[in-house]
Design a protein around this ligand. Sequence first.
Ligand code: AMP
Length: 178
Amino acid sequence: MASQDLIKKLEATIENIADFPIPGIQFKDISPIFLDPQLYKEVIADLVQFSKGKVNAVCGIESRGYLFGIAIAMALDVPFILIRKKGKLPPPIISEKYDLEYGSAEIETREGQIKPGQRILVHDDLLATGGTTEAAANLIQKQGGEVVQFSFLIGLKGLNGDEKLKKFGAEIYHTLTY
Ligand code: AMP
């Protein structure tokens, strides 16, 4: 559980931009966090605490999932695997199609980077509908990885993202919710 102090600082730092990138979306801009190295360290410490001793690999979702995911993996001393958007990784790749809050997409990993039986944390900056994360978890399971945790800096209430992820039976954590 994140401290009230950390939650307050994040609420004061993360910017809400209405109607971006399309009307009706309340976009959460996390970029001001990186202007404050102390706050960034506190965020990483919070996310690391959730996963310490529980996983032996981290999968981060492009691209904002890398901003925290790599630091989490480094602190846990476990491998970090990139889940990328379609067309960015050279073959051989494994891919998965999915729908998101705005539009649809496809994600990919390089074949062989996820090891069968690996206990994996799936991390992204924000959970909205859960479509992206669900696709990431499917992609990991296809390769024999065991999805044991999901973490997000932000969880958006009311879009039922947590519900969509329940079927994986993994722990779910968000540092703060809106
Ligand atoms: P979803 O698949 O609906 O859970 O969408 C999650 C992905 O879309 C994450 O990678 C987020 O970075 C991005 N995203 C979705 N909704 C928002 C939002 N309101 N503000 C910022 N990013 C968002």
